[in-house]
Design a protein around this ligand. Sequence first.
Ligand SMILES: [Zn+2]
Length: 319
Amino acid sequence: MKPTEGLALFSGQQDMENLGLGDFLLPPAQSPFPGLGRRLDPKKPYFACRWWQSGLSRDFLRSTWAWIENSQSGARMRARPVDSGPAESTGRVADLSPGLAAALRLKTDDVCTVTIDDSTSEFGSDFSHAATSAPTAFSGPKVYTTAEWGAVPAKVSFFPEKPAVGIVIHNTEYPNRPPFADTEAEKAAAFANARTIQLDHMNNRGWSDTGQHFTISQGGVITEGRHGTLAAAAAGHVARGAHAPGANDDWWGIEIAGNHVAQYLVTDQQWASLVALCKWLTRLAGHALQIEPHDHFVPTDCPGKIADHIDDLRAQVGG
Ligand SMILES: [Zn+2]
């Protein structure tokens, strides 16, 4: 890249700063280049792609994030598009920043996948920037995000993802309670429960974040568990969880709030949310998902009496 070369997606420093990319630029003192291209901080995750074949508008690309995936290892990282290229003569369709390539252990001419993201950034990492949201592939039940219920950042900046295979049903075995009639009260209780579970999993079990992907409260409020769950779901993928050995890599983990070991106490609202969530995850995956209770994988008393209702769930989700 020549010292004067600019970036196809940005007109200047102010333009980049306005779009949340100020820290992608090296401080002027260290970077005497007039063109933006050579002023980029090579440690930051950015890339160029041959957009003219993608049909995506420059305006959209200027403010969006993408996932870059090492197609061999499955390692993924978020990155910002900054430029068009490389030239067709190179035989490549994307150029990654040195930091991004190193993080994903990619070398020149290795194969990677570029996926344009459609949700806001939710990781408390160095690379967290506001992003614009685009509509998700299919509308589904309302799922409150980790940001909405006030999660603390995970201990890692992302979890590896794999195409979804199935859904594991759990019960939290936390004390039972009836649903609140007031929707705000129910939401507040669901959020508080999500925070309690996250701290329990991170502090007492030593996990990087909440173990499961979703939790459904007694009043049917669905909360995102592990960070990155919804972003992965939009691509039909599972973000690696910690909920059932043997199923953590590619099975969703859904926790039904309450203790159902001795007695089946799932409420009508919980059941309706569970069916809607499973149907939505199936549509996102693009194929039927297996549904199994936790004790299908390991000896455990989870999910208790809910295990007797899995056939029913499969029928309702499949039907
Ligand atoms: Zn379980």
